[in-house]
Design a protein around this ligand. Structure first.
Ligand code: ADP
Ligand code: MG
Length: 322
């Protein structure tokens, strides 16, 4: 037996989440630079305060197009493309509904049905006008609003990975609260990443994934929610109805090279459910997913770039169909 390599951990609270950076050498300068980068990117993309490029777009709704930086424009174009896929659950123009529900923020409550019905027409992703030549984004009606909450962490995780590589860091893990990105391997087995038990304590795990040089993104209905009228209302909204989407799933985890793909696809797959999700993934060889269902099944689409250890056998690990 050889000794486990020593790991240094650095923590911060950013993006409304606890952020964790793990390195193989003590390097507070790298940690500071990483947290500063996350803060800068959060400030570009947030819809909760100014100044932010996305906030500028929202504040100009119904008034004028807004010029944004090239990377922000590229991210918004990705978000629109994901939103315009047939039957997509992903909708980057869902801002008015997210703001009204306030799920995970103070003052969350179930809005009256008439209010939801009135907001739905403001969330049509087709109506958002992007001009690639001038990098402008234009919300043609007052009250429209972009929300990049389902894609921002993935984008930021990739930028952190790139920045760490540029500093010659070849082994690291960054956890942005649900979005984990890894460089190299944490041990011979890779980095170990917990698959959380829905609605249990943060340390309670269904199992653990071992990966190297991969992103692992989980989107679950247990992450942010409130209770009212004996029901649980969570933060992944169905753009067709304006209400939280309820299906057989508790969470979806995507394993991919880039975290932005993981972030987009957790949302897309959550909307598809297990059967359609597995069929869609059969066409996407670069992506793998693990579905966690209400009836305690844990279903992987494939297992090319990770290994999985089940830690709680009250859940069924069902590697079917490949
Ligand atoms: P988290 O890591 O916070 O769970 P997700 O990637 O699951 O984030 O995205 C959820 C967030 O995306 C919500 O908090 C909201 O801001 C936004 N959102 C909610 N429903 C949708 C939707 N149908 N399409 C796109 N974004 C959404
Ligand atoms: Mg997401």
């Amino acid at each position: 037996m050889h000794a486990e390599p020593r790991i240094w951990s650095y923590a911060a609270t950013l993006l409304g989440s606890p952020i964790l950076l793990k390195l193989f050498h003590d390097d507070p300068a790298v940690a500071r630079r990483t947290f500063r980068l996350i803060k800068q990117l959060e400030n570009l993309l947030t819809v909760n305060r100014t100044p932010s490029q996305v906030m500028d777009i929202n504040l100009a709704a119904g008034r004028h197009p807004v010029t944004v930086s090239a990377p922000v424009f590229a991210l918004i174009a990705r978000a629109q493309a994901a939103s315009l896929r047939p039957d997509s659950l992903f909708n980057f123009a869902i801002g008015p509904l997210v703001k009204r529900w306030k799920i995970g923020f103070r003052g969350d409550s179930v809005p009256p049905a008439a209010e939801i019905a009135a907001l739905l027409p403001l969330t049509d992703p087709q109506r958002v006008v992007l001009d690639a030549a001038s990098h402008t984004v234009w919300l043609p009606q007052a009250g429209m609003a972009l929300d990049l909450g389902a894609i921002a962490k993935g984008y930021i995780a990739d930028r952190v990975r790139d920045d760490l590589r540029q500093q010659q860091v070849d082994r690291a893990l960054i956890n942005l609260g649900g979005n984990v990105h890894t460089l190299g391997a944490g041990s011979d087995a890779g980095w170990s990443i917990g698959l959380k038990t829905p609605f249990a304590g943060p340390e309670t795990l269904i199992g653990a994934l071992q990966v190297r040089d991969r992103s692992v993104v989980t989107s679950g209905i247990y992450e942010r929610w409130f209770e009212q009228d004996g029901r649980l209302w969570h933060h992944i909204l169905d753009p067709k109805t304006g209400y939280p989407l309820d299906n057989e799933l508790l969470s979806v985890t995507v394993i991919s090279a880039d975290s932005i793909d993981g972030d987009i696809w957790t949302t897309l797959l959550y909307g598809m459910g297990v059967e359609r999700g597995l069929a869609a993934l059969a066409q996407e060889p670069a992506l793998e997913a693990i579905f966690v269902t209400r009836d305690r099944r844990v279903i992987p689409s494939s297992q090319r770039h990770y290994t999985f250890t089940l830690l709680d056998d009250s859940w069924q690990w069902l590697p079917v169909g490949y």
